[in-house]
Design a protein around this ligand. Sequence first.
Ligand code: ATP
Ligand code: MG
Length: 423
Amino acid sequence: MSAIQALPGTKDILPDESGLWQRLEATARTILQRAAFRELRTPIFERTDLFARGIGEATDVVGKEMYTFVDRGDRSLTLRPEGTAGAVRAFIEHKLHASGSVQRLWYCGPMFRYERPQAGRQRQFHQIGAELLGSGSPRADVEAIAVAVELLEELGLKSLRLALNSVGDRDDRARYRQQLVDFLTPHAADLDEDSRDRLSRNPLRILDSKDAKTQDICADAPKLIDALGPESAARFERVQQGLTDLGIAYALDHRLVRGLDYYTHTAFEIQSDDLGAQATVCGGGRYDGLVAELGGPETAAVGWAIGMERLILLLQQMAAPVAPAVDVYLVSRGEAAEQKALAVAQQLRRSGLTVEMDLTGSAFGKQFKRADRSGARACVILGDEEAKTDTAQIKWLADGSQIAVDRAELVEAIAKLDAGLDP
Ligand code: ATP
Ligand code: MG
């Protein structure tokens, strides 16, 4: 019978790799908690309407990429393609706005999009995201961006670029949208197919088309930043000043529009030169319209999401993963000794040591070989004699020295050896 394999675009994170994921998650938790962000965990699936309304029908995500299905209760459900819509739904549903203060939320977990799988692009992928709800101050934009930058720096990632733009408010965008359509319509025949389609549905997205000819045409298009009203322009200035004050370098990118409809004002991406085509590790911006769009009170908000697979690719380029070391390799042979080994392993583990127990019952020589390969500092040995006298042998693997100790003194003896003392 042929074995079943994982689906295209999904990936197992094997033990050799999961250490890196754990490091990434632990670092994110630390950095976000330091900035007073609190974790929110929302369901993996939601009503399809939430994403259709919250992300926008005209986006690629809703139009082409969602995992949508009808459940046994005849509801249309969708596996979450991103985290913001669910976070905002929870924010409204549980009236987190009622506290009156700013809510800083973060999340981490799998997202699902039906895309063409390739390096850095999967169908089930993972994001870490942060949302700051309840402040329209440009300082909130700066804080949100600074936290993302801090996280990436804490991970030791280098050669990242912050690209920044403002998409203005609704009026600015409506004005700009018209300018752009007027400019692009005479070139419609030369645009790529997707972009031609977007001309009526989502013209701003044409700006980030990857098609070379479309890009050429867009090079001369009017710029969003020139269409901003005086308030939006002043606001954008303050965001830039805030970043400069923190020493965060950025470059303006006039074509940066983000794919989702609810973004207002600040839009940003953090990109890496070391990822080939899938260069964006973090995308975010302000979405002042979303909470009201989803039935909540008018609430200004800003947030971002980091693609974890892409970060892992970068971390893997930096250094080989280090396997977490085992402290003690536990060798036993003979029925009584093998039985006792279970209790010894428990005793050592309760003292905080990491213990790998050999379960093979094979000859001592073979078990010792595995002890050497395990990377443990100490090999604890139980044979018939040790089982009878309630003792154990400790073999210090660095120099091969061996001593016998009472079982009750095992932990203490290992601690002394660790400290370079005679037990
Ligand atoms: P892209 O232009 O790469 O498709 P996006 O604009 O669709 O990105 P967002 O919705 O902003 O991406 O998601 C934020 C981040 O999540 C991205 O910058 C990326 O790092 C990651 N990401 C998005 N889609 C995928 C995917 N299919 N596989 C892996 N990571 C992804
Ligand atoms: Mg995408």
